[in-house]
Design a protein around this ligand. Structure first.
Ligand SMILES: *Cc1c(COP(=O)(O)O)cnc(C)c1O
Length: 385
């Protein structure tokens, strides 16, 4: 506890590892567990007037409350006017923001290079008479289609292309036109980026990925300033019932305790893998926002505190990519990302993303960096044989 560095740490409040392990914990109560277990309840004792907090299990649940506090403390530290709502999945959270804020005749701006389910959402929005405009994430192209929009949807970094936009700049332009702004924060996690501090109205994410990090839970959340828009999101959750189970919510909360360790390890290793792939003749189109010469790096370094655990690159053909995936021993050929066990996939197998046949999305896990780099380089060499 001596030395100016430590004093400096103390004067700016707890570090993020400390905040992660303590996030959302209730006040200590003698003989109670430090993190209370999942509360399985469809209804609660409720004599008399049916007022909150806990009435019916689709409206509120104490296990969600702890998790929502935890996420809120990481998404918007020190901000008391912020509210978080947990959902059954990332898509439940995304849909709840879109469908609670938009009406027939409204216009929404989406990215055209975002999560692969967005085109399905687009079709549904259009079926309800909502005008949908799209533009790429890179070069802040969404700026050009903002006029008259009610809501701007940002995904930065975008999945799977890893492009980044200047969130502050887009927020300013959207707000000056009276539009709300939501940022999909899935890839960055709240330890990598805090959209509300960059001015956004909502930070929305899939907790299925690095937030929970073990590939065993589906979850989503919305964090926003308390007020009319969040009230509408809460109402939408109640209407559609897109609620997490208590067990999932509890597992997610437990997993957040290790978030800082996981992102530190995974993101540092992602940088090492990206550096190992850079300049390899078999690899083209290498993207990682942490690489100093990546097209995303300049803006990313101004608004992100970490660059994520996802790398993308392209091998010359589909066959090459399949051979590479096949040759990997420490990386599972599986979709999704952010887990402690590395995964990779040929993204083109799904259709829908505008990517080359040999495009690989690699999610770096918590293995020893030397082992992982060696495995990737060996598989790369074998794929060329
Ligand atoms: C996975 C993902 C989603 C959807 O989340 P689910 O939990 O699968 O519903 C949304 N946005 C991004 C960027 C994602 O990667």
């Amino acid at each position: 506890m001596s030395g100016s560095a430590t004093d400096g740490e103390l004067s700016r409040g707890p570090g993020e590892g400390t905040r992660a392990v303590r996030a959302g914990l209730p006040e200590p109560v003698k003989y109670e567990p430090t993190l209370p277990g999942p509360v399985f309840a469809a209804h609660f004792h409720l004599p008399g007037e049916p007022t909150g907090p806990y009435t019916y299990g689709r409206d509120e649940n104490p296990t969600w409350t702890h998790l929502e506090h935890a996420i809120g403390e990481l998404e918007a530290p020190g901000q008391d006017d912020v509210e978080t709502l947990a959902f059954a999945s990332g898509m439940a959270a995304i849909s709840s923001v879109l469908f609670s804020q938009l009406r027939a005749g409204d216009t929404v701006v989406l990215p055209d290079d975002g999560y692969q389910v967005l085109p399905l959402v687009r079709a549904q929005l259009e079926a309800y008479g909502i005008e949908v405009r799209t533009a790429p994430t890179g070069d802040d192209a969404q700026l050009d289609v903002l006029e008259g929009a009610k809501l701007l949807w940002i995904e930065s970094p975008s999945n799977p292309g890893l492009d980044v936009c200047d969130i502050r700049r887009l927020v300013e332009a959207a707000h000056s036109r009276g539009a709300l702004v939501a940022v999909d924060n899935t890839l960055a996690t709240p330890l990598g980026q805090r959209p509300l501090e960059l001015g956004a109205d909502f930070s929305v994410a899939s907790g299925t990925k690095q937030l929970t990090g073990h590939g065993d839970v589906l979850l989503g959340y919305v964090t926003g300033r308390a007020g009319t828009p969040m009230t509408a999101v809460r109402r939408w959750r109640k209407i559609v019932g897109a609620i997490p189970g208590p067990m999932e919510a509890w597992l997610a909360h437990r997993s957040i305790a290790t978030l800082q360790m996981r992102v530190e390890r995974q993101n540092t290793t992602a940088m090492a893998v990206a550096e190992a792939l850079r300049g390899r003749p078999e690899v083209s189109g290498l993207r990682y926002p942490g690489l100093p010469d990546d097209p995303s790096h300049k803006i990313a370094s101004q608004q992100m505190r970490r660059y994520g655990c996802v790398i993308s690159f392209t091998l010359s053909t589909r066959t090459r990519a399949e051979r590479f995936l096949d040759a990997l021993r420490l990386v599972d050929d599986a979709t999704s990302f952010g887990g402690v066990r590395s995964t990779a996939e040929r993204r083109g197998r799904w259709g829908g993303d505008a990517v080359p046949e040999g495009f690989i999305r690699l999610s770096v896990g918590a293995e020893d960096p030397e082992d992982l780099v060696a495995d990737v380089l060996r598989a790369l060499a074998e794929s060329a044989l």
